[in-house]
Design a protein around this ligand. Structure first.
Ligand SMILES: C[S@@+](CC[C@H](N)C(=O)[O-])C[C@H]1O[C@@H](n2cnc3c(N)ncnc32)[C@H](O)[C@@H]1O
Length: 330
């Protein structure tokens, strides 16, 4: 293999296929990545194309890539984008809209509540309001600390792709049996595992913990880039597997550093994304290249969440908080 690798390098060939990334949308391509305004990009994407549209839009919270405005003006700005997305969504397709809260003068506006009406008025049907639970985050002092965001999963029709078996998770009690009826004594679960439910915490806790809480264990989550709020690839993978089939199109209109595109590529889907920040586009290209080179840094799908043993330094009650006095610090 090493010899083959050398020979291929000598002939300027690679063992890995080079990604062919198109800037403008074309159905002939497998990967489309556009730098620019999403509305301009979407205008050139055909009707009924995407089986999955998944995104985390700007939240209007003053991140480095957005200018904060009133909630009304922010939502009005999103409407033309949403009209394009509904047009592009295929009849059996799904749209997953991941948002948190917008906060103004300490008042919380749950963005999914506002977005629900916008999608509903365009005849989309809500299938789940998924809670993405975070174990850690900023500590509020005048309200309870926010620890979740939501993903609104809508479909365009009642006949939508849903591959539950592809995303089942290990059951906690696989040995459970029916205790009455004709199936009495038979296993009551599914040998492929259980439905993952609409509360997703497996990723977020570890994501946050590794990013913020245990820098001495791991300075960064393996996927972390300069983007302030990127998706864990694993979160999108679950949607890709459940809501699309191979070779379907996955579209992220605000793709940031390309996490949704990577999730699609990993599972042999065609992918399209757009972002107006050149740095994020560059990182997306690099990550796609890394994927094709077999070098993408990624947390494995379904890896169990780390459970603290209580022995870690950060699990210990600080010495300063204990009654016991030690040395001359007291
Ligand atoms: C919440 S982030 C998405 C992050 C992404 N999910 C990831 O995993 O990297 C929103 C993104 O929308 C982009 N954006 C904001 N307004 C845009 C617009 N009008 N057109 C294209 N991209 C835009 C920002 O640059 C930012 O990267």
């Amino acid at each position: 293999m090493v010899g083959l690798e050398r020979q291929m390098q000598a002939h300027n060939l690679s063992l890995f296929p080079r990604p062919d990334i198109g800037d403008c949308f074309s159905e002939e391509r497998r990967i489309v990545l556009h730098e620019g305004d999403t509305c301009d990009f979407l205008r050139n994407v055909p009707d009924n194309l995407a089986t999955l549209i998944i995104t985390s839009p700007p939240y209007n919270i003053g991140k480095e890539y957005e200018s904060k405005t009133s909630i009304g003006a922010y939502l009005l700005r999103q409407e033309p984008v949403i009209d394009e997305l509904v047009r592009i969504l295929s009849a059996e397709g799904s749209l997953c809209w991941q948002v948190g809260n917008y906060v103004e003068n300490s008042e919380v506006y749950p963005l999914d509540v506002f977005y629900y009406d916008i999608f509903k008025s365009r005849k989309l049907k809500l299938r789940n309001r998924i809670i993405w639970h975070f174990g850690h985050g900023l500590h509020a002092s005048k309200r309870f600390s926010g620890r979740y965001e939501t993903i609104l999963w809508f479909t365009k029709s009642d006949k939508y792709t849903f591959n539950l078996d592809d995303v089942r998770v290990a059951s906690k009690y696989p040995g459970k049996r029916h205790y009455k009826g004709s199936n009495r004594g038979k296993p009551s679960g599914n040998p492929l595992g259980k439905n993952p439910s609409d509360i997703w915490e497996f990723l977020a806790e570890e994501w946050e913990r590794e990013l913020w809480d245990i820098p001495n264990v791991k300075a960064n989550h393996p996927e972390k880039t300069i983007h302030p709020c990127q998706f864990p690839i694993e979160l999108v993978e679950r949607c890709v597997l459940a809501l699309t089939n191979e070779h379907d199109w996955v579209l992220d209109p605000y793709c940031g550093v390309g996490s949704a595109l990577l999730a699609g590529l990993i599972h042999n889907r065609k992918v399209a994304g757009c972002d107006r920040e050149p740095d994020y586009i560059e990182i997306t290209k690099r990550r796609i290249q890394d994927y094709f080179d077999g070098a993408l840094r990624k947390r494995p799908l379904g890896k169990p969440v780390y459970v603290a043993t209580g022995r870690e330094k950060i699990s210990q009650i600080p010495r300063e908080w204990t009654k016991e006095k030690s040395g001359d610090e007291w």
